[in-house]
Structure formats: structure tokens, C-alpha cells
Design a protein around this ligand. Structure first.
Ligand code: PRT
Ligand code: ZN
Length: 224
């Protein structure tokens, strides 16, 4: 269902939402975030913002429900792998990497444990919210493991006796330290990215996307 207005999915609430809204505003998109609305119409451009959980953004793009989205590469790649494994559409176009949302997806173990390399994870149970990315990495390393899927509190899993190691997002490292863990492998370096659905776009939308990208380039360069 092609809409006249360009639909952009962004995170409603969380680590990406403020910077995402700021970026759009600096690109000249005027809108008023009010209340608990799912869709916010721009006042000066044919753009609708869809405010959702970040987990939903890759699927909305891959199913062609929205035109553009801003999402962390960690989430984008995890959902892409998961959908591909289920035989669902997992295509998208990466328009540009953004200058926020930086973090790394890392494996961490007890800070006092010995560690010489990935083979030390052989047969271990790894708690994570990113089972596909962990599997891709461990398969590349040729190391057998099992998972403990958790959508939160991943960092307490080893202490709680649920897992031997974790694989979670890290930015400062404070969370790992507070939980007596040390980072031993970085399996992905991630930033927020602007993505586009595949398929055709009418002339007006194509021009609007080009205009947004040009402005974004200017906004990001000005900050550097
Ligand atoms: O509600 P919704 O589903 O939309 O949000 P969410 O809770 O799933 O995501 P949110 O808002 O926490 O994160 C959104 C995105 O921000 C992530 O997918 C990453 O791309 C990016 N990002 C950047 C991070 C971090 N840095 C980060 N540090 N996401 C999470 N963390 C967490 C991490 O999971 C750990 O618990 O922060 C803790 C570690 O931080 P340090 O500084 O102690 O190392
Ligand atoms: Zn989420």
C-alpha cells in the first residue's frame, strides 16, 4: 500500500529517539510530538513519523510497510538473520550510517576466569538477546555453544547461574564491571543507520528522500 506521504519509522522511546528526532528537526522536518500517538504528521513536509519499539523497525522496512527507518545495526542484523532463517523477506537498503547510537556487541565472562580465545567458550551457555548474531560469530569460529535467550537482565545471568557467559551491548563498560564481568570478544560494532525499503518509489518520494539525505549530510558534517 503506497501512501502519498513518506513514512519514516523511528524509536518511540529509548536511546535512539531523542537524537533521531533532533536529526529530523535539523533537516528541516517540522513536527510536534504529543501524547501517545503512533503516527505524527509533519507540519511542513509530506512526511509521517511512525513511533514504534525499535524491535519492530527492521520488519516494517523489510515488509515494505514504511519507506525509511532509523535503527541500530545490532537490531537490524539480528532481525535480518532471524527473518532470513524463517524464509521471510529480509532485504533493505542502507542509506547512511548516523553519528549516534554507537555501541558494540560483546561476549563477556567472569572477570576472574582465564581466557585465551573463542575456543575457551566451547560447550558453554551464553545468555543473550541476540542469538542469531552470536550463532553467526560462533559458527565462524567453529565453536559449539548453547544459548539462554533473555530480553533483559542479561548481565546478571552468569551470577544467577543461568549461563557461563553473556553476549550483550556495551558502551562504557560500566554495566559489565558492576556485574563482575570482563569483555573478551567484540562480535559487532554498531551505530544507528538510516535504512530504506526496497521496491519502487514515485518521483515525489524519490526527490524528498534525496533532499533529506543532502540535508542530513550537511547536518552531520556541521557537527564533525
Ligand atoms: O523499547 P524499545 O524496544 O524501543 O527499546 P530497547 O530497550 O530495546 O532499546 P534501547 O533504547 O535500550 O536501545 C536502542 C539501541 O541503542 C540499541 O539497539 C543499540 O543500537 C543502541 N545502544 C547504544 C545501546 C547502548 N548503546 C547500550 N549501552 N543499547 C543498549 N545499551 C545497554 C546495554 O544493553 C547494557 O545493558 O546499556 C548497557 C551497557 O551500557 P554501558 O555503558 O554500561 O556499557
Ligand atoms: Zn527494543
Amino acid at each position: 500500500m503506497q501512501t502519498e506521504r513518506l513514512r519514516i519509522a523511528i524509536q518511540k522511546k529509548g536511546r535512539l529517539s531523542k537524537e533521531c528526532q533532533d536529526l529530523l528537526k535539523r533537516c528541516g522536518v517540522k513536527f510536534n510530538m504529543m501524547g501517545e500517538r503512533l503516527v505524527v504528521h509533519s507540519e511542513n513536509m509530506p512526511i509521517d513519523l511512525l513511533l514504534v519499539r525499535d524491535d519492530d523497525i527492521p520488519g516494517l522496512i523489510m515488509d515494505g510497510v514504511v519507506d525509511l527507518g532509523v535503527i541500530g545495526e545490532n537490531e537490524l542484523e539480528e532481525v535480518g538473520l532471524e527473518r532470513a532463517a524463517r524464509g521471510e523477506p529480509s532485504e533493505y537498503v542502507k542509506l547512511r550510517r548516523l553519528d549516534f547510537g554507537g555501541c558494540r556487541l560483546s561476549i563477556a565472562i567472569d572477570k576472574d576466569a582465564d581466557y585465551a580465545g573463542p575456543q575457551d567458550l566451547q560447550g558453554k551457555r551464553i545468555a543473550t538477546t541476540y542469538p542469531q548474531l552470536v550463532k553467526r560469530y560462533m559458527d565462524e569460529q567453529g565453536v559449539q555453544f548453547s544459548t539462554c535467550m533473555l530480553n533483559g537482565s542479561v548481565e546478571v545471568a552468569p551470577r544467577a547461574g543461568l549461563a557461563d557467559a553473556i553476549c550483550d551491548l556495551v558502551s562504557t563498560g560500566a554495566t559489565l564491571e558492576a556485574n563482575g564481568l570482563k569483555e573478551v570478544e567484540v562480535i559487532l560494532r554498531s551505530k544507528a543507520v538510516l535504512i530504506q525499503r526496497t521496491g519502487d518509489f514515485n518521483q515525489d518520494k524519490t526527490e524528498l528522500i534525496e533532499r533529506l539525505l543532502t540535508r542530513m549530510q550537511g547536518v552531520i558534517q556541521a557537527k564533525e
